[in-house]
Design a protein around this ligand. Structure first.
Ligand code: ZN
Length: 155
């Protein structure tokens, strides 16, 4: 079995051959014609890196501070009776799958996207956690439902 590994450093680099969900565009390898067959041929022609080479390549490297994952905000335990913003009050019908509700992302819908109606995932166990898999930010989603996130102005 032949496996192709594409290393992606951050999300500034887009993998070829797929269609980016946020911009609905395909991003090609520049070194080959912009046809699928030529792209696959180019990809197949590249020398594969072994696991040993990768291990040697990254040995001793540390992640620069600016790229370290940010610590996540710690939420108090979910209390369905607490008065707070509830995304489920602002979205259409939802489907349940793999621990999440899935529904149309309001921000995507505003932009005429998410025709399949499943870009927004909302955690069933804690609906305060939601994510648009097409890349809309929490701020965009909140603005789209008419409940923008209040931001503090730095003084
Ligand atoms: Zn979205």
């Amino acid at each position: 079995m032949k496996i192709c590994w594409i290393l992606v450093f951050g999300n500034a680099i887009r993998g070829p051959l797929g269609i980016h969900r946020a911009v609905r565009r395909r991003f090609w390898f520049y070194s080959a014609d912009y046809r699928l067959e030529a792209q696959l041929e180019y990809l197949s022609s590249l020398r594969k890196i072994t696991e040993e080479e990768i291990t040697r390549f990254v040995a001793g490297l540390t992640m620069p501070a600016e790229f370290q994952p940010r610590s996540k905000a710690v939420l108090p335990p979910y209390d369905p009776n607490r008065l707070e913003f509830r995304i489920l009050d602002h979205v259409g019908p939802v489907r349940r799958r793999s621990g999440n509700y899935w529904t149309k992302c309001p921000s995507c819908a505003q932009q005429g996207r998410d025709r399949s109606g499943d870009n927004l995932a909302i955690c069933i166990a804690d609906p305060r956690k939601y994510k648009c898999w097409a890349g809309c930010t929490r701020e965009m989603i909140r603005a789209a439902v008419g409940c923008p996130i209040r931001t503090r102005i730095a003084s």
